[in-house]
Design a binder for this molecule. Structure first.
Ligand code: AMP
Length: 307
């Protein structure tokens, strides 16, 4: 594995690979790598000749300076994990390399899809995400880029960004990876001490309860939302930011539950903000399937089930 901190070097490396008919799989991250990130690397590794992981804590997408400051950073550990996962190129640019003139004058905004969920509570967040992802795509493409369903709204935003701007990037969504007790893996979990760590599992339990209710026949989005929100707020250690039930494609409200449904939650446990989601498919015959992601395991990843 080589570690590259200059845009020009990464471009030259990938251009040479593509000239030799080698395809590029790209995994953008903010570092503090864990098994969730590594599952994206695995997907890229399985399909491409050259795998690139970027590590860049993008200041543009943080609307809270304290959150940016305490975001975990450990490039040496990331490099060791990436190397062990057979990554070819680790791209770790500085802030000055990515934004030489400070915050860019040109930014990218993805409408509608960012109106709700994290877009509503973290103003400007998705402009920051879309802008840095557009830059990363401009640097690394043509390529296939891998994103996790853990950040479901982000996946929707970058998929739409690539499509609307005709970027030569295929965006692939990968399963949400969970700890054995159901907590969605996140770089932010390192901030959770024992008691908050235990409390944090209520997000997953709330989503499982919601999925089971739909399997049991619940079809009212408002009732489903209330059920999930009430369960999560039953723990005083957890402050719910939102619980929403939306169309999983357009991220808009639903009159009744059918088709692809997203149940997404955000909550604060102490100073740590966590997000989680489940997608539920209700077909025309009324059959229900829920996608809660997979449990991380040493050998393989087992699908989570709400049954
Ligand atoms: P981040 O470093 O948190 O910006 O995440 C980088 C990429 O890893 C994004 O595409 C995330 O959706 C993905 N990711 C983070 N956590 C998980 C997880 N638990 N399961 C699957 N993908 C994840």
């Amino acid at each position: 594995m080589i570690t590259v901190d200059r845009i020009a070097t990464l471009r030259a490396t990938l251009d040479a690979a593509r000239r030799a008919d080698r395809t590029v799989g790209f995994v953008p991250t903010m570092g503090a790598l864990h098994a969730g990130h590594l599952s994206l690397v695995q997907a890229a590794r399985a399909a491409h000749d050259v795998v690139v992981v970027s590590v860049f804590v993008n200041p543009l997408q943080f609307n809270n300076p304290a959150d940016l400051k305490r975001y975990p950073r450990d490039l040496a550990a990331d490099a060791a994990l990436a190397d062990a996962a057979a990554v070819d190129v680790l791209f770790a640019p500085s802030g000055a390399e990515m934004y030489p003139a400070g915050a860019p004058v040109t930014t990218v905004s993805v409408g509608q899809l960012t109106d709700r969920l994290c877009g509503a509570s973290r103003l400007g967040h998705f402009d920051g995400v879309a802008t840095v992802v557009a830059k990363l795509f401009a640097i690394a493409s043509p390529c296939t880029a891998y994103f996790g369903k853990k950040d479901f709204q982000q996946l929707a935003v970058v998929t739409r960004l690539a499509r609307d701007l005709n970027l030569p990037v295929e965006v692939v969504g990968c399963p949400l990876v969970r700890e054995p007790d159901g907590l969605a893996m996140s770089s932010r979990n390192v901030h959770l001490d024992t008691a908050p760590r235990r409390a944090a599992t209520i997000l997953y339990r709330g989503l499982v309860t919601g999925a089971k209710a739909v399997m049991g026949g619940e079809r009212d989005p408002a009732a489903l939302r209330r059920l999930v929100a009430n369960l999560i707020t039953s723990d005083d250690a957890v402050r719910l930011e939102y619980a929403e039930v939306l169309d999983a494609v357009e991220l808009t409200p639903l009159e009744s539950l059918r088709g692809d449904v997203l149940v997404a939650v955000a909550a604060h446990v102490g100073a740590t903000r966590l997000i989680d989601n489940v997608t539920i498919h209700i077909d025309d015959s009324g059959a229900v399937t829920a996608d809660l992601g997979v449990i991380a395991g040493p050998e393989s990843e087992a699908p989570c089930s709400a049954r």
